[in-house]
Design a protein around this ligand. Structure first.
Ligand SMILES: Nc1ncnc2c1ncn2[C@@H]1O[C@H](COP(=O)(O)OP(=O)(O)OP(=O)(O)O)[C@@H](O)[C@H]1O
Length: 578
């Protein structure tokens, strides 16, 4: 509608006196308004009842369903008065679009984008749980609240929304191959809906969000947004082609891999599949933590630290400086890992073992001896000192690493891995620091040693898992879905089937490499799952120095071991091979 055709809006509608105009869309306008009865300030969205696109009429149906949901504006009144269809809703702050434009920046900082990601996923979850698709996810439809509420992101504009659950049958609406008119927006509507005219479902709201996030992090935005709104069919066709042709890899070059994975995930979702909202909120939260940002999702604008913590995508020539810095970082961490240079435990531990043999029963000074003391003192010298996990993370991990170095049986190793998991879990930041990598390194060396030999003995915890076939089957379904999007998932599963220390060492090495490369070195839920799996192994075979013999397919050269009952040998100290 041209300027000259713009309707002359009234001064008053319903009980509301219209003031400053806040925004306008294709079909109407939004005004700041005052309730004449109680002077309450609200926003009134007003539209000509005969408009060809009567979105207020639709919105009026959705607002009641969304009431009470976090980040959903409150509806105060709605109706038709004369020529005007109006909705009185919460007065909100600026939209993300307006914030970014006013900042003069070409892209948004990572911390802000992560907060948007976490919050908008949660908003979509709320809407979807109430049976509603948004279908018009874009920056202009995400606004912040007013003072005191400015860190919360609200969803607005439900004019294109749609019920996707058949209210009569309770079933998801059916898919259809029939060609349909496109409803959505040019920039962020999903490839399926926009370019292939597919029926929209939950996955498409999420894909639109993924594109919006990538757009925010990309200087000058997604390539197909740079020529403005297409003015004719030819321009629209070009835009659709560009959108369809852009691969997630290209779009997310230089961005943390979570964004590429998220986009791929959205595109893999089946038509009626329920997205795993919690998983992605957690992924983005972990990434925020890994980058050193506060762990919550409060959207603070302007950002406290405007410098992006991420090397953002550059168009055309990649940033060599950025590449070099990143590579140096990775090499540094790899140097700490030293996964390739393993020592032979049998040799390394000879002195420790001799010490054990020479002074059997000798207590470490200062406290009573416990079975596990023969091998290691993990937590502290004083038993009365509070639990070890209260130590600072770095110190705790260093102690655990030392403990792994001198661990003499798999039971102890298992215990140490459990404690490692606790330290990682309990800390606000789940980044795997150099102390964390040192722990993995030590664990690798211990496990890769041919003189330590295990097959997994399922502990009672594991047995419960085996017995609960149904819950395991459920897990497998969930696992299968996630495995696609997270390399760690494969490791997490494999660790339960591992048959030897050597094989486990291989998994630990892979794990270190994956963590090092991905997620900003964040230990995600899957990573924790893997570690817990590693901790869940018990010693079945153990090396003895008393002449009993054990041979193993994994260790044919070292056929000097004896098989013991798993029950009796669980915590036996490791001694030298002869
Ligand atoms: N409750 C509100 N409080 C403050 N500003 C608002 C509010 N709702 C909308 N706005 C402003 O008005 C703009 C247009 O709002 P909205 O998208 O709901 O209108 P619309 O007519 O449906 O737009 P379009 O036709 O482009 O979809 C928003 O981008 C926002 O800046």
């Amino acid at each position: 509608m041209s300027h000259s055709q713009r309707p002359r809006y009234p001064y008053k509608v319903g009980n509301y006196w219209l003031g400053e105009r806040l925004g306008a869309g294709y079909s109407g306008a939004i005004f700041k308004a005052t309730n004449l009865n109680n002077e309450e300030i609200v926003a009134v969205k007003i539209q000509d009842v005969n408009h060809e696109c009567p979105t207020n009429r639709y919105e009026r149906a959705f607002y009641p369903l969304l009431q009470g949901g976090k980040g959903m504006p409150k509806l105060y009144a709605s109706g038709v008065e004369g020529q005007w269809d109006y909705l009185a809703i919460d007065l909100l702050g600026p939209s993300l679009d307006s914030l970014l434009r006013k900042s003069g920046k070409k892209f948004m900082d990572l911390r802000s984008v992560l907060c948007i990601a976490m919050q908008v996923i949660a908003r979509l979850e709320t809407m979807h749980n109430r049976g509603i698709l948004h279908r018009d996810i874009q920056l202009g439809n995400c606004t912040v609240g007013l003072e005191g509420d400015a860190t919360l992101i609200y969803m607005i504009d439900f004019g294109f929304s749609k019920i996707y659950i058949d209210q009569r049958t309770g079933r998801h609406i059916p898919d259809s191959k029939a060609r349909r008119d496109f409803i959505g927006n040019y920039w962020f509507s999903s490839v399926g809906v926009h370019c292939k005219n597919k029926v929209p479902s939950r996955r498409d709201d999420l894909e639109a969000l993924a594109l919006m996030l990538i757009h925010l992090l990309t200087p000058d935005g997604l390539s197909w947004t740079r020529n403005g709104v297409p003015k004719d069919d030819a321009a629209h066709t070009r835009l659709k082609r560009a959108k369809q042709a852009a691969t997630p890899e290209e779009l997310c070059k230089g961005l943390p891999e979570e964004f590429e994975e998220f986009l791929k995930y959205c595109r893999r979702l089946k038509f009626a599949e329920c997205p795993d909202y919690e998983y992605w909120i957690e992924e983005f939260r972990c990434l925020a933590e890994a980058k050193g940002y506060p762990p919550d999702d409060a959207f603070i604008w302007p950002p406290p630290n405007p410098e992006p913590a991420v090397r953002v995508a550059t168009h055309g020539r990649p940033s060599l400086e950025g590449d070099k810095a990143e590579m140096e970082g990775i090499l540094n961490d790899l140097a700490h890992l030293q996964l390739g240079q393993r020592q032979i435990l049998g040799e390394r531990n000879v002195n420790d073992i001799r010490r054990n043999i020479a002074a059997p029963g000798k207590k470490p000074p200062g406290r009573p001896r416990k079975a596990s003391d023969e091998v290691i003192v993990v937590s502290d010298d004083d038993e009365n000192v509070p639990k070890a996990h209260r130590l600072p993370k770095a110190l705790h991990l260093t102690r655990l690493t030392k403990a792994v170095d001198s661990a003499a049986d798999n039971s102890t190793l298992s215990q140490l891995v459990s404690e490692f998991v606790e330290v990682i879990k309990e800390n606000r930041s789940r980044t795997l620091t150099k102390e964390g990598f040192a722990f993995l390194d030590a664990l690798y060396k211990q496990l890769a040693d041919p003189s330590v030999f295990i097959v997994p003995m399922r502990t009672s915890k594991s047995r419960t898992q085996i017995n609960s076939t149904q819950s395991k089957a459920d897990d497998v379904v969930v696992d299968a879905r996630r495995m696609k999007m997270n390399k760690l998932f494969a490791l997490r599963r494999e660790v339960h089937d591992v048959m030897s220390n050597k094989a486990l060492a291989g998994l630990v090495a892979d794990f270190g490499a994956v963590i090092d490369k991905s997620n900003g070195r964040t230990v995600t839920k899957d990573a924790i799952g893997f570690l817990e799996g590693s901790a869940d192994l018990e010693v079945l075979y153990i090396i003895l120095n008393d002449g009993r013999r054990l041979s193993s397919p994994d260790n044919p050269l070292n056929a000097t071991h004896t098989l013991l009952s798993p029950v009796t040998i669980g915590a036996l100290p490791l001694t030298a091979t002869k």
